[in-house]
Design a binder for this molecule. Structure first.
Ligand SMILES: Cc1cc2ncn([C@H]3O[C@H](COP(=O)(O)O)[C@@H](O)[C@H]3O)c2cc1C
Ligand SMILES: O=C(O)c1cccnc1
Length: 353
């Protein structure tokens, strides 16, 4: 492995089992029938282990949206033109995008990083410009990224996660913007899972049935073209991924190495989570899956990660929006866990037997 990438092999943090035990003991003492809060109870215990405290919180949250364009859009794989990527980056900063509204409403920090749009966003205040090129290359013709671009995209993610961890952030949310990136994510998923392109390709931002069929065909040709190189997950990411997907994978690995829990968004973020797990086994022990995307291939990737989404709202937006929508649930998990009275405090008789 290239020495620039050695950090990918650093050890994954271990959750604090003692904090988990204390949180489980507290859950058993709260004034409710044991188990009556269902999955919320296990979530409180997991958050306790991750945050190394019997009373976890979900107050300080940072959403980092990575953006990049995709050369494969020239194959007609998206219902929208490539120029939408840069236009949306502007909107993230100006406050009009879904994720901007969600971040504002939730009091979450929003960081926007442009890793390579075809169109300029350099003058937009609030967007970190780290462009590695004018989008990736069309992966039907060659690798999407050079080795250097892959290393820099992974590192951009690593640095963003390290900044969040150093700033005392308690939960990390990754988001993405990149017209064509459901094609890249589906190709990644197919290559990493050994699934057919048809099982992973879906409408994305709005393809019709014929469009989905063509998208699967493009992915099939790409898998054939890159062939045996796809046995190596790093090569899968370099050949089929995107700048924003690689950055997400890098961020997720770093979060796990630093002990910062990740609330994973939909289809594209889950593809990045799967790539992260293949690059650095066991990082997924730090991931929670926010929602079941309407993109049909999502379920297969979740199954491979043994992930059970918190919500199922038919969302298919990306940007980190599904994770943001799930955040209030985690906040309620924490406030219930910390704020409810125990049987002893309330003077209520506990379970008889
Ligand atoms: C206006 C608009 C805003 C978006 N925000 C996220 N996406 C989402 O759609 C894109 C992926 O879909 P596909 O692979 O089909 O192009 C990504 O940018 C994703 O974040 C958007 C898409 C559009 C059109
Ligand atoms: O679930 C997602 O992340 C998604 C689905 C469709 C389009 N963009 C994003």
């Amino acid at each position: 492995m290239n020495s620039d990438l050695a950090w990918l092999k650093e050890p994954v943090a271990r959750p604090d089992e003692n904090a988990a035990r204390l949180a489980a003991e507290r859950q058993a003492m709260l004034i409710k029938p044991p188990g009556a809060l269902g999955r919320l109870e296990a979530l409180a215990i997991r958050l306790a282990a991750w945050q190394r405290t019997p009373k976890p919180t979900a107050d300080r949250v940072r959403i980092v949206v990575f953006a990049g364009d995709h050369g494969v859009t020239e194959e007609g794989v998206s219902a929208f033109p490539q120029s939408v990527t840069a236009a949306m980056v502007n909107q993230f900063a100006r406050g009009g995008a879904a994720i901007s509204v969600l971040a504002r409403t939730l009091g979450a920090e929003l960081e926007v990083i442009n890793l390579g749009t075809v169109e300029e966003t350099g003058s937009v205040p609030g967007v970190l410009d780290l462009r590695l090129g004018l989008g990736t290359a069309n992966f039907l013709r060659g690798p999407a990224m050079t080795e250097r671009q892959l290393a820099e995209a992974l590192r951009a993610g690593r640095d963003a996660a390290a900044r969040a961890s150093s700033a005392g952030i308690r939960i990390f949310i990754g988001g993405e913007m990149g017209i064509g990136n459901t094609t890249a994510a589906a190709a990644l998923g197919a290559a990493l899972l050994g699934e057919t392109p048809e099982a992973l390709a879906g409408p994305g931002a709005g393809l019709d049935t014929e469009g989905v069929r063509r998208k699967a065909e493009i992915i099939r040709r790409a898998l054939d073209r890159h062939g045996s190189y796809l046995a190596d997950p790093l090569e899968v990411l370099r050949r089929l991924g995107g700048f924003e997907i690689a950055a997400l994978a890098g961020a997720f690995v770093t979060c796990a190495q630093r002990g910062l829990p990740v609330l994973v968004d939909g289809f594209i973020c889950t593809a990045a989570a799967l790539a992260a797990e293949r690059l650095c086994p066991r990082v997924s022990g730090w991931f929670l899956y926010a929602h079941a995307s309407a993109e049909p291939g999502h379920a297969r990737m979740l199954a491979a990660l043994d992930g059970k989404p918190l919500l199922d709202l038919g969302m298919r937006l990306g940007e980190g929006s599904g994770a943001a929508v799930a955040l209030p649930l985690l906040r309620l998990v924490c406030t219930l866990h910390a704020g409810m009275a125990t049987f002893e405090e309330a003077g209520i008789a506990g379970k008889s037997s």
